[in-house]
Write a new protein. Structure first.
Length: 151
């Protein structure tokens, strides 16, 4: 009898926890849920909220995402996990993606940020900056932009 009661309680807890995670998915704007489904399929969301004009999403696995008021991504941070290569291919400018590919850095991208001027890509041991206006790629060394790689 105890085993039967335990199974029923376990099933009820599973239903309860499943419905809670569905509520978060239900609260997401469609552009954000499409983005997460595409690049992080099967992942669970820990939290989501608007902070001013920025929409923040945190995944249970630790990654965080920020979206602007139009729900275009602003930053993706893996917090120790590398970013999906499909995201890099789809969302980075071709010249930046090709640079990362040529330097064999695609598997070492941990964070990407963008604004209207540049993309900032954080690798394991360095940072790459892509200037949107002129297409240049630089790798700052100790905070100083020493290496201008592509113009």
């Amino acid at each position: 009898m105890k085993a039967y009661t335990f199974k029923i309680l376990s099933a009820l807890m599973l239903i309860l926890f499943s419905s809670c995670s569905d509520t978060i998915w239900d609260d997401l704007p469609s552009q954000v849920s499409d983005f997460i489904s595409r690049y992080y399929p099967g992942q669970t969301i820990s939290s989501e909220e608007w902070r001013g004009d920025v929409y923040h999403v945190k995944m249970k696995s630790g990654e965080t995402m920020a979206f602007d008021k139009n729900l275009s991504w602003l930053s993706i941070n893996g917090y120790g996990a590398t970013l999906p290569q499909m995201f890099l291919f789809d969302e980075l400018p071709p010249a930046l993606y090709e640079y990362l590919q040529s330097t064999e850095s695609l598997a070492s991208v941990y964070r990407v940020e963008r604004d209207s001027h540049e993309y900032l890509v954080e690798l394991l041991n360095s940072t790459v900056i892509y200037n949107i206006k002129n297409g240049s790629i630089t790798v700052p060394v100790n905070g100083i932009q020493l290496a201008r790689l592509i113009e």
